[in-house]
Write a protein that binds this ligand. Structure first.
Ligand code: EPZ
Length: 417
């Protein structure tokens, strides 16, 4: 499927089930390298980034089998420490293999990671953290070669709470000699899930959920079975979608606790949001209100991954809004496409100025990244007339089946080609 055809039809009503978390399962799959044996990962989303990570694990000599949402990963026969360029460049998360490979194979070579073009994606913090633990790197034009005869625990303060660099630091430290103190760590829920996975396998990570983590190196980790939690960004996509179109929906197994900033903004947009035992009820019957100013922030602030969807909602709010993107340097790629659909949005540096319009109009638009692509599907649902969203392979990186999900909410969206 590389394009999605949508008949604009306004209100969303229905019930949708939230898939397992992409940004939790990817580092956990990388962490299986640290465990010599067979791990079972349950509730894994069926998305192309997971397929890419499984391909990387297989290229190292691991066995990786999938039966729908269950993965069986056998890392007992790792025979390679170099990663194939074509797979690494297809996904930013390949960089999360750096720490585990240095910990287990003592060396690795990989291309600079690829992924969505949402701005500069340097890996200097990853290299800073691993370097402080004793790794050395040779940076070539397209690739990085790392060596670490024996990683040692130490105290490290990250210059920025990078999610991936925090995850690499944790994975390098769990089998290192001595104790590592990581300061200014990212606190995204996916970090907690990685720590939970590793502690269940026998690691000694303390301060989980905090910005300072203390990790006592252990000799070995043991294979486990682990259940991936629901994806807070997918859940937030559908919460904000109902805000944008109006209507009401039940977002089953949405992780309410991890979505406070998104829930707050959804309420400011004019929605009623109610927690239930099994998920979130969201309803908007009245006006779609503007949000005068909001900034994307590290957790628990408003997540950058929902910035595109929020902009689409604000495009038809009754007033003016400003959204500031403080995490990535080039994450407003959908603005041009939205303005072609009748929106009135101006980009100035890392801010967008949105003047709400009455209606968007169907058009032929192209996704340029994962979350922007999802946001364009929402724009098509809100628009009058038909919309085609092209380059939908981006969306498949993080959403199992966005057409299925939106159809569960009453939309008319069909994947083609
Ligand atoms: C993770 O990416 C997520 N991906 C991203 O989700 C998410 O947007 C991001 O965290 C922020 O929350 C996964 O978890 C697989 P960062 P990551 O390192 O780890 C700069 C999605 O849509 N930086 O926290 O790559 C970087 O350029 C994706 O699901 C450095 O300068 O994010 C960025 O500006 C998109 N040097 C900022 O930090 C480094 O060494 C945040 O990046 C590393 C990062």
């Amino acid at each position: 499927m590389n394009s999605i055809h949508i008949k604009g039809n306004g209100l969303l009503e229905g019930e949708v089930y939230v898939q397992g978390s992409k940004n939790a399962v990817l580092p956990i799959l990388a962490a299986t390298i640290l465990i010599n044996g067979v791990c079972i990962i349950k509730n894994c989303p069926e998305i192309s980034d997971v397929d890419c990570m499984l391909g990387l694990l297989r290229s190292l000599g691991c066995k990786a089998d999938r039966d729908k949402e269950q993965l069986v990963i056998d890392t007992s026969a790792i025979s390679e420490s170099r990663l194939p360029g074509e797979l690494v460049t297809c996904m930013r998360s390949s960089v999360m293999l750096l720490g585990p490979l240095l910990a287990v194979c003592k060396e690795t070579t990989m291309n600079y990671p690829g992924g969505c073009v949402i701005g500069e994606r340097p890996i200097d913090i990853h290299l800073q953290v691993l370097g402080k633990m004793g790794a050395s790197f040779i940076l070539e034009k397209d690739s990085v070669k790392g060596r670490a005869p024996n990683l040692r625990g130490t105290c490290i303060t990250l210059r920025f709470p990078s999610v991936g660099a925090t995850e690499n630091g944790i994975m390098a430290a769990v089998l290192a000699e001595g104790t590592t103190v990581l300061r200014n760590c990212a606190k995204e829920p996916e970090i907690r899930q990685l720590c939970d996975f590793l502690n269940k396998a026998g690691a000694k990570i303390y301060g989980v959920g905090e910005s300072e983590l203390i990790i006592e190196g252990v000799k070995k980790l043991n294979p486990i079975t682990y259940n991936i939690e629901p994806d807070r960004i997918v859940a937030g996509t559908y919460l904000l979608s109902v805000a944008a179109t109006g209507g009401n929906a039940y977002i089953r197994n949405a992780p309410f606790e991890e979505m406070t900033a998104v829930i707050d903004v959804t309420r400011r947009l004019g929605c009623e949001v109610t927690r239930t035992t099994g998920g979130i009820l969201v309803k908007r019957e009245g006006r779609l209100m503007p949000v005068p100013y909001i900034e994307t922030m590290v957790h628990p602030g408003f997540p950058t991954d929902l910035q595109s969807v929020l902009i689409v909602a604000l495009a038809v709010a009754e007033g003016e809004s400003i959204v500031e993107e403080s995490i990535f340097s080039d994450r407003f790629k959908i603005v041009g496409e939205l303005n072609r659909m009748g929106a009135n949005i101006t980009v100035n540096g890392n801010r967008v100025y949105i003047r709400g319009v009455k209606q968007l109009y169907g058009s032929d638009v192209a996704a340029a990244d994962l979350r922007g692509g999802a946001a364009l599907v929402l724009a098509g649902i809100m628009a009058r007339g038909d919309t085609i969203v092209r380059n939908c392979h981006y969306i498949k990186r993080g959403y199992e089946d966005i057409c299925r999900d939106y159809r569960m909410l009453g939309a008319c969206a069909v994947g083609i080609g």
